[in-house]
Design a protein around this ligand. Structure first.
Ligand SMILES: [Zn+2]
Length: 161
């Protein structure tokens, strides 16, 4: 005769393992998607604290703090972590938000995912090479796309030319 408490405990243990598995699988799948891979400790060494907070922890810089807001030269905005080309200067516009804003990414530069972290649905934007968080995209941008890529300046670097 198996006492009830034991079987109940093993059932709870089994349920716990079953619910934890898909989560682990999802994390592994996401990490494997991006060609540039580093451990969390490596990212901390490679990035400045501000870059790490945005790119690896989906943080947001304070508005009107990035020097890239006032960057108006011809060139390319690239991922601060790996130099992946993200936006052309020709698609940059002044959104008035205090964050560098663009109406179109460069082909293959960024990817998006749904983000419900604030309780409202938003579209998160990240680098296709390292998976680093860049910002969000909204549909209140200017023509011709009507999109507003609201980016963190600390997640990017500018290459003139
Ligand atoms: Zn990147």
């Amino acid at each position: 005769m198996t006492p009830l408490p034991l079987s109940r405990r093993s059932l709870i243990g089994w349920l716990g393992a079953a619910t934890a598995l898909p989560l682990i699988a999802a994390c592994t799948a996401k990490a494997a998607t991006f060609p540039i891979q580093h451990t969390d400790a490596e990212w901390k060494k490679l990035l400045t604290p501000a870059q790490y907070n945005i790119l690896r922890q989906e943080g947001t810089e304070r508005p009107f703090t990035s020097p890239l807001n006032d960057e108006h030269r011809k060139g390319t905005f690239v991922c601060a972590a790996d130099g992946n080309a993200l936006f052309a200067s020709t698609t940059k516009f002044d959104s008035g938000t205090g964050w560098p804003s663009f109406w179109k990414p460069l082909p293959g530069g960024v990817a998006t995912k749904n983000d419900y972290s604030l309780g409202i649905p938003r579209t998160e934007v990240h680098c296709t090479r390292c998976g680093g968080h860049l910002g969000h995209v909204f549909n209140d941008g200017p023509k011709p796309t009507g999109l507003r890529y609201c980016m963190n300046g600390d997640a990017m670097k500018f290459r003139a030319g």
